[in-house]
Design a protein around this ligand. Structure first.
Ligand code: SF4
Length: 398
C-alpha cells in the first residue's frame, strides 16, 4: 500500500498526498509526518496555485521542486520543508486563507446515490463562520469571520437541480437559524415543493417556519443539542437558554407534526457534578411527558478541541466517564418511560479523537499506519502537551 509517511513516500516514489478541509483549520500539525502539503483554511484562494504546481509536477516529476513551489503560497503548509523550522521555533510565514467575498464560491455539492451518507441530496452552503461562541466549539475561532452567501446565489444553486426527482436540499452552515435569509429561503423551497434537511438546530433559534418546512419535507424527527440537562451547565457551555425554552420549542414542534426528537448531550464537561449527569435523563423524561415526543438521547464524552475556549481543559479520566455512562445507562434502562432511549458514543474513540486532535509537529507521524491497533497505541502512549501545541500553532500563524 501507499505509505502514510511523506519521507517514505519520497523514497518509494509513492504518490503525493495533500490535505485540506476541516482539520486544516483546527490543527494542521496533525499531518506533519503524513502530508506533502496541507492547504490552510478556505481552499478557493489557494486552488489556482496548487493546481498549477501539481500540473507542472506531472511533467518535471521532481518532488522537492514541487514542495518548494507549493510553499511559495503562504496558505500552504509543506511539512517536509516547514516541520523542522517549527520544531526549532523559526517563523514559517504561513497564514490561514479566508474567502472574503462569498459570491464567487461554488457553494453546492450533489449526492445522487440513495445509499450515500446524505441520500439523494444537493448540499448548498449558506454561511461560513459562526457569530456565537460556545465554549466547547472550535468553529468561531478556527473557521474565520461570519460570511454569508446571498439568497440569490443560494437559490441559483438550488435551481440547477430543481427538475431532479426526489432530491432534497441539505443546508450547510454552522447554524441554519442564524442565516439572515433563512425564512425567505424556506418560503422559496416550500413554493418550489423541494424537501429540505438541516443538521442539528439550536433550540433557541427554532421557529415555526423551520419546523413546518421539515414536516412539509416529510421529516418528522428533529435534532437539537441541549448539551447539558440543566440550565447552569448549559449556560457555562455558552448556550444561554433554559430547559423551559426547550420544552416550549419542542411542544411547538410536536403541535406542528414532529413525532421524535434526537437530543445531543455531553458528559464530562468542565465543572460537571453527578447531579448534572442525573439531570440528562430527567430532562428527557420531562420532554417526553410535556410534548409527547419520542425522545432519543445521544450522549458523548466532551473532547476539548484546539482553538476552542475550553481547549485547555482536561478530558474526563476514563474511570470517571465509565462511571457516568454506567449510571446513565442504568437510569435510561430502568427509570424512564419506553418513549425515552439513549445511545452512547464509544469513549475509546473520543479519547483517540482527543489525542489526535492535539498532535504536535514532533509526533505528527503514524509509524504503524492508520490501522486500529496503531491508533489505539497512540491513546496509550500520547499525553498531549497542549501549551506546546499552541506555541507550534502560533508559529504556523494560527
Ligand atoms: S456550537 Fe454551533 S452555535 Fe455554538 S459556536 Fe459552534 S457552530 Fe456556533
Amino acid at each position: 500500500g501507499i505509505s502514510t509517511d511523506w519521507h517514505e513516500r519520497e523514497i518509494r516514489e509513492d504518490p503525493v498526498f495533500g490535505i485540506g478541509g476541516a482539520l486544516s483549520y483546527i490543527n494542521p500539525l496533525i499531518f506533519s509526518g503524513i502530508a506533502d502539503y496541507v492547504v490552510l483554511g478556505d481552499g478557493e484562494p489557494v486552488l489556482g496555485h496548487l493546481v498549477g504546481e501539481c500540473r507542472k509536477y506531472l511533467s518535471h516529476g521532481d518532488r522537492r521542486k514541487l514542495w518548494e513551489n507549493l510553499s511559495e503560497h503562504p496558505s500552504i503548509f509543506v511539512p517536509p520543508l516547514h516541520r523542522d523550522m517549527i520544531l526549532s521555533g523559526k517563523d514559517v510565514a504561513r497564514k490561514k486563507s479566508f474567502v472574503s467575498d462569498m459570491e464567487g464560491v461554488r457553494g453546492k455539492s450533489l449526492w445522487v446515490c440513495e445509499d450515500s451518507v446524505f441520500g439523494k441530496t444537493v448540499l448548498v452552503e449558506l454561511q461560513r463562520g459562526c457569530r456565537r461562541n460556545c465554549s466547547y466549539c472550535t468553529i468561531p475561532s478556527s473557521f474565520g469571520p461570519v460570511r454569508t452567501r446571498s439568497l440569490d446565489k443560494v437559490i441559483e444553486d438550488i435551481d440547477t437541480v430543481k427538475d431532479s426527482e426526489n432530491l432534497q436540499v441539505g443546508l450547510v452552515t454552522p447554524e441554519a437559524g442564524d442565516y439572515p435569509h433563512i425564512l425567505k429561503l424556506l418560503e422559496y423551497l416550500s413554493f418550489s415543493g423541494q424537501a429540505v434537511s438541516f443538521a442539528s438546530l439550536r433550540v433557541d433559534n427554532l421557529s415555526e417556519e423551520m419546523v413546518e418546512a421539515l414536516v412539509r419535507s416529510r421529516r418528522y424527527s428533529l435534532t437539537v443539542a441541549p448539551e447539558a440537562g440543566n440550565d447552569r451547565l448549559r449556560f457555562s457551555c455558552g448556550k444561554i437558554f433554559k430547559n423551559d425554552l426547550i420544552l416550549e420549542k419542542l411542544s411547538m414542534a410536536s403541535r406542528i407534526g414532529v413525532t421524535q426528537v434526537k437530543l445531543y448531550f455531553m458528559a464530562g464537561l468542565p465543572g460537571e457534578e453527578m447531579d448534572d449527569v442525573d439531570s440528562i435523563p430527567e430532562l428527557c423524561r420531562e420532554i417526553h411527558f410535556h410534548t409527547g415526543l419520542k425522545v432519543r438521547a445521544s450522549i458523548g464524552l466532551f473532547v476539548p478541541k484546539p482553538m476552542s475556549r475550553w481547549g485547555m481543559e482536561q478530558i474526563c479520566p476514563p474511570d470517571e466517564i465509565k462511571a457516568r455512562f454506567r449510571r446513565l445507562k442504568r437510569t435510561f434502562a430502568k427509570g424512564l418511560p419506553r418513549g425515552c432511549s439513549a445511545s452512547f458514543h464509544n469513549e475509546g474513540e473520543s479519547f483517540l479523537e482527543h489525542s489526535i486532535s492535539w498532535f504536535s509537529a514532533s509526533n505528527g507521524s503514524l509509524p504503524g499506519g492508520l490501522n486500529r491497533r496503531a491508533l489505539s497505541a497512540i491513546i496509550k502512549e500520547y499525553v498531549p502537551d497542549k501549551q506546546f501545541v499552541r506555541e507550534q500553532l502560533e508559529i504556523l500563524g494560527f
